[in-house]
Design a protein around this ligand. Structure first.
Ligand code: ATP
Ligand code: MG
Length: 573
């Protein structure tokens, strides 16, 4: 490919709306262009890199025994009613009506469509196990599309779905996908980490997310350097801290606290540390009031609380509900005399001499002994786990990191096969539900995650496996026939050796070409100029090294082939 005949424009300055390095670089290097918020066009170089990621994904899916299909992106909304997810997806799903006024949706994911499909196609245990996948555009009306391809309204996902005869067989299908994911991200040159994850709206019993470690990542993940436990912060647990030793506690006593509501305000008012308070949070779980108690210096993890309650919907109670349940305005709730199910974090076991709301306007209680003064329904792990908390597996201190979720694998069980009556006949001729799993990779997000992890101050540093081109060939003197002839011959040779090469043949100063080559970041740069040729060679340099080697033109292809083999084996080691 020749730059002069290609639609590639690089930018000197960062685009205004871009906040993270990969977004800035993808726009500056001319890989993507914004249409509007959360919508991007792939330009020629970006599309090449995207195709390479997708190819790796397909190769590993095929190797794992999955079969590629392609389902419609446009789906009847009626399918989503059958699974009960139409309401759950809410405004996150793009909906429209066809000319017969039938409600349709642009697929944010495909559990419904695939279960309906396989429910009809599969009739016997002989056809199982079966895993299908597709690489397809998905649509999600994200609340805050941002960071370029990281969180967009339209993106390319690889989604796979497994169908099995039993939970054990489904475990094997899950493991095959998990292993394929490990290979995919390694082949893309990414350092990715599998972490235990929440199952969210997709449902199901168990899941892992694949996270690319990056400071700009939207997800918090908890990591135990001692034993390898790793979990999304939404799901992370901690070993329960030792219960407080029994302490004698004076009788509880109301204290007037007009207008003092938050823990910070209370800490100042009572002149004591935040952990001496018990926060009482009133929620509505599927419309019914419940309370959660956590120490004043900790935050409630709503995901864990929702899972504990088995609720479909969990929301902080509105002011009127708080008033009704506690008899006081927001800010003065407490566990004493509270007549709704009340869950407390295990760190509050044995908690004595604490300060809580009094369920009375402008009043708190001091000297509260939780066991003596309140009725706790159960002690359950409720807080957001943070750095220094004890690992739930080995008790060592946990660390907190940030990550980008590039993939997600779920064990779904029979949630969808029940809704769609996706059954097969077993060996005895009896009808049984298929056991499912689902597995997603954000292909476009993965591409940008590569840039987020692989760049330096000058630009992108592509791993050879997904680089738009392996080699950038800089033609420094476009008017010099000898230089042009050398470039022509080298381009032909490299192509014949199966190596992708991109020739910068623009009428531009060498400085501009060097800067653009670094910005676009192909792994190998070859410079052909009159000066070099006079010294007997072309300059060959890795994007990652400072200095170039002068190689005779007729040996350049071999040298480059060896360099690529080195880069490839280093990536898969
Ligand atoms: P997130 O928590 O980031 O919103 P999700 O958990 O909703 O993602 P899944 O339903 O698990 O996403 O989708 C599978 C994969 O699709 C994700 O792991 C991610 O890589 C990708 N993905 C999801 N939403 C987007 C988006 N808005 N833009 C780009 N990629 C996305
Ligand atoms: Mg996910």
């Amino acid at each position: 490919m020749r730059w002069s005949r290609t639609l590639i424009t690089t930018l000197r300055d960062d685009p205004q709306e871009a906040e993270i390095p990969s977004h800035k670089l993808m726009v500056r290097a001319g890989l993507i262009r914004k249409l509007s918020g959360g919508l991007y066009t792939f330009m020629p170089l970006g599309l090449r890199a995207l195709h390479k990621v997708a190819r790796i994904v397909r190769e590993e899916m095929d190797r794992a025994g999955a079969q590629e299909i392609l389902m419609p992106a446009l789906q009847p909304a009626e399918l989503w009613e059958r699974s009960g997810r139409l309401a759950a997806m809410g405004p996150g799903m793009f909906k429209l009506r066809d000319r017969a006024e039938r409600l349709m949706a642009l697929g944010p994911t495909h559990e419904e469509v695939v279960t309906e499909l396989l429910g009809h196609e599969i009739s016997s245990y002989r056809q199982l196990p079966c895993t299908v996948y597709q690489v397809q555009t998905k649509f999600r009306d994200e609340i805050r599309p941002r960071f370029g391809l990281m969180r967009s309204k339209e993106f390319i996902m690889k989604d796979a779905y497994s169908f099995d005869t039993s939970l054990e067989a489904a475990d094997a299908s899950y493991q095959a996908m998990y292993d394929a994911y490990v290979r995919i991200f390694a082949r893309c040159g990414l350092l990715a980490r599998a972490v235990e994850a929440d199952t969210g709206d997709i449902g199901g019993k168990w899941s892992h997310e694949f996270m690319v470690l990056a400071d700009s990542g939207e997800d918090g993940l908890v990591d135990c350097p001692a034993c390898g436990y790793a979990a999304n912060q939404e799901r992370a647990e901690r070993a329960a801290p030792a219960a407080d030793a029994p302490a004698c506690c004076p009788d509880r006593e109301p204290v007037a606290t007009p207008g003092v509501r938050t823990v910070d305000e209370l800490a100042t008012f009572f002149a004591c540390p935040a952990d001496r308070f018990i926060k009482t949070l009133v929620y509505l779980a599927d419309g019914k009031p419940v309370a959660a108690l956590v120490p004043g210096d900790r935050d409630l993890n709503e995901h864990k609380f929702k899972r504990l309650l088995g609720a479909k919907k969990l929301e902080l109670a509105d002011e009127a509900t708080v008033q009704k349940v506690t008899g006081a305005p927001v800010g003065f709730a407490g566990p004493v005399g509270l007549a709704v199910p009340t869950y407390a974090d295990p760190s509050l076991q044995g908690a004595a001499d604490r300060i809580t709301g009094a369920n009375l306007a402008d009043t708190h209680l001091r000297h509260v002994d939780l066991a003596r003064d309140a009725a706790v329904t159960a002690f359950e792990d409720l807080v957001i786990v943070g750095p220094g908390d004890a690992c739930p597996r080995c008790g060592q201190p946990l660390q907190l990191k940030r990550g980008i979720e590039v993939g997600h694998v779920f064990k779904l069980g029979t949630k969808y096969s029940e809704a769609f009556e996706a059954k097969y006949l077993n060996e005895k001729g009896q009808s049984e539900l298929m056991v499912m799993g689902c597995y997603g990779i954000g292909v476009t997000r993965t591409l940008q995650a590569v840039v987020e992890q692989c760049h330096d101050a000058d630009g992108i540093v592509w791993p050879v496996s997904v680089a738009p081109f392996a080699v950038t060939l800089l033609l420094l003197d476009p008017k010099d026939p000898a230089v042009c002839a050398t470039v022509d011959a080298l381009e032909r040779d490299l192509q014949a050796a199966g190596i992708d090469v991109f020739v910068d043949d623009r009428e531009e100063r060498p400085g501009v070409k060097f800067k653009d080559a670094d910005l676009i970041g192909c792994p190998i740069r070859v410079v052909v100029g009159a000066k070099g040729l006079a010294k007997g060679g072309v300059e060959v340099k890795l994007r990652t090294s400072k200095s170039a080697d002068l190689i005779p033109p007729d040996q350049a292809t071999d040298t480059i082939r060896t360099l690529i083999a080195g880069l490839t084996s280093a990536a898969t080691r």
